[in-house]
Design a protein around this ligand. Structure first.
Ligand SMILES: *[C@@H]1O[C@H](CO)[C@@H](O)[C@H](O)[C@H]1NC(C)=O
Ligand SMILES: *[C@@H]1O[C@H](CO)[C@@H](O)[C@H](O)[C@H]1NC(C)=O
Ligand SMILES: *[C@@H]1O[C@H](CO)[C@@H](O)[C@H](O)[C@H]1NC(C)=O
Length: 527
């Protein structure tokens, strides 16, 4: 009897169709490191039984054409954001930063980047045209009955395509075209919400708040320039001139935000923003044999790992030599992900690799320290595994990411200008290795991060399936972005009310004066 019960329950469990098993998802990813975490999401969606289709260009850098968990359509383009393009920008940038005085460096990053940003987005624009002009591809896409578009809105192509195909839209997001995504969608008082690039925390002095506001203005200008020069033109051409790209961008159903408030400063948010920070983190798998051997050979001293991310494959040779020389002096073993020429000063305790299983290494009990550039993926993985960080930020959000760890006592920060001077690098490493508070703080963050009702990746999958089940999530979207700025801030209402009060006051004063003159006159008459 029991057994029969058990069997029928089991059968029920197996054969009841899940809410939206087998959804059909169209993905328009951004290139470079943004693809790395999109890829993780796609693999999980595929395991959840969904059909994934990715549109890429024939010059895609990271996005492979063949995969076991997604299908691709490839369009032909002349240019793309590729290795050559990025390596050049980055190399110029590092050279510039090392020579620059702070003000010019600030202006360079803030204003001078505009040309580069427009250039990158022009290539995205060319990709949009290539997709939409391909009649055969568009017919296939229209016939494919997709349930939703999943995109990273740091590129605008997914937004335009979702509108063109009239599909619900889900973001895998932290950045929009210029600036952090919250700033566009949620109320963001600049008095305590630091702008990325400001290098500030949520406690700012007056002058820091001035800089914060200026930076936000520059972000808004950058955004407007890119939208005007690239995306609005595409909207006008393919969607009709009544469509405003900025509004379209904010019209997404769900924003899966790669943010975690263990890491980010607390700030206001919105009903359709879902937090999945750290979704890419998973328990460590065993290391390949040669790495495990190397790691074990470190004995009680343990291992340091260093990676400056996927964009930076090499450093100026004098800097690389200095870093290698510092490592050579340490009793620890070092695994350094580096693609440039082998530094002359490399010690025999340092292993240089093209690629390393970063997550598996960070989860290894012998790893004592992570020398990182501060990309979101690396910072989240270090946080997940509780490994303290020496940060060597280069650009974008990297300084600000590391700053958030530093504020919580879990990282030490260096700058590219001073890393190779006065033993800075060695001192930072010694301090983080020898001062237990760094590791304890990072482990506390790790415990906080893991203490959630649902794993971030499962949260993300739930909300993607939610959008498929309900054909969007319009009920969670606010109307805020349809309003002009003066209505949004109630400037018109304040002016109206102020006018009304003034009118009442004037009328009152006018009557008093009339009354006075009458009384005076009658007095004069009587006398
Ligand atoms: C999955 O998507 C591809 C590309 O759009 C399509 O050819 C295929 O028929 C789809 N498979 C299923 C099971 O829907
Ligand atoms: C991509 O397509 C363009 C335009 O057709 C062509 O010029 C280019 O050689 C192609 N690139 C690759 C890597 O296939
Ligand atoms: C590594 O170098 C140190 C000092 O240069 C030397 O004492 C040691 O024997 C070397 N170890 C190996 C495994 O070569």
């Amino acid at each position: 009897m029991r057994l029969i019960h058990f069997c029928s329950a089991w059968l029920l469990l197996v054969f009841i169709p899940r809410g939206c098993h087998g959804g059909n998802i169209l993905v328009l990813p951004a290139e470079g490191s943004h693809w790395i975490n999109m890829d993780i999401l796609l693999e999980a969606l595929h395991s959840g039984g969904h059909n994934i289709t990715v549109v890429r260009s024939n010059k895609s850098w990271y996005i492979k054409e063949k995969s076991s968990y997604y299908n691709t359509y490839t369009v032909q383009v002349e240019r793309n954001l590729d290795q050559e393009f990025i390596t050049k920008i980055i190399f110029d940038y590092i050279k510039f930063e090392r020579g620059a005085i702070p003000l010019t460096s600030f202006l360079n990053t803030a204003v001078g980047m505009i040309g580069t940003i427009v250039d990158v987005h022009s290539t995205v624009g060319e990709l949009v045209s290539a997709i939409l002009d391909d009649k055969e591809l568009m017919r296939i896409l229209q016939d494919s009955k997709f349930d939703l578009v999943l995109t990273d809105p740091s590129w605008g192509h997914g937004v335009i395509l979702a509108k063109y195909l009239n599909l619900p839209l889900v973001y895998n997001v932290r950045w929009l075209i210029a600036g952090e995504a919250h700033l566009a969608i949620a109320p963001s008082p600049l008095s305590y919400v630091p702008i990325t690039g400001s290098g500030h925390t949520d406690q700012m002095t007056f002058l820091q708040r001035v800089k914060n506001v200026l930076l936000q203005l520059i972000n808004l200008i950058q955004n407007q320039v890119v939208v005007k020069l690239v995306y609005q033109k595409l909207c006008d051409k393919y969607l009709g001139s009544d469509i405003d790209f900025n509004q379209l961008m904010l019209d997404a159903d769900i924003w899966l935000m790669r943010v975690d408030f263990v890491f980010e400063f607390p700030r206001p948010t919105m009903p359709n923003v879902v937090y999945m920070g750290g979704f890419q983190c998973k328990p460590a798998k065993p290391l390949p044999e040669h790495l495990e051997e190397f790691v074990q050979s470190s004995g009680e001293h343990g291992v340091i790992i260093m990676s400056l991310g996927t964009f930076v494959s090499e450093l100026p040779s004098d800097m690389a030599n200095e870093i290698a020389a510092t490592f050579a002096k340490l009793p620890q073993k070092v695994i350094w992900r580096y693609k440039g020429d082998r530094p002359a000063t490399l010690g025999n305790n340092t292993l240089i690799v093209d690629w390393m299983p970063q997550n598996d290494l960070l989860g290894h009990p012998k790893i004592k320290l992570f020398v990182a550039h501060g990309g979101t993926n690396g910072v989240q993985e270090a946080l997940y595994h509780g490994v303290p960080v020496v940060g060597l930020p280069l650009f974008f959000d990297q300084f600000d990411n590391l700053l958030r760890l530093k504020e919580r006592g879990a990282a030490k920060l260096l700058t590219i200008q001073t890393v190779d001077k006065d033993n800075n690098f060695q001192d930072a490493i010694q301090e983080v290795l020898n001062e237990p508070s760094y590791r304890l703080n990072m482990q506390r963050l790790s415990r906080l991060h893991r203490d959630q009702p649902m794993k971030p990746l499962d949260t993300a999958l739930f909300w993607i399936e939610f959008v498929m089940r309900h054909k969007g999530a319009a009920h969670l979207r606010t109307e805020s972005y349809r309003l002009p700025w003066y209505s949004y801030h109630s400037v018109d209402v304040v002016l109206f009310l102020a006018g009304a009060v003034l009118l009442v006051l004037f009328t009152f004063v006018f009557f008093i004066r009339c009354l006075c003159t009458k009384i005076c006159r009658s007095k004069v008459k009587r006398e």
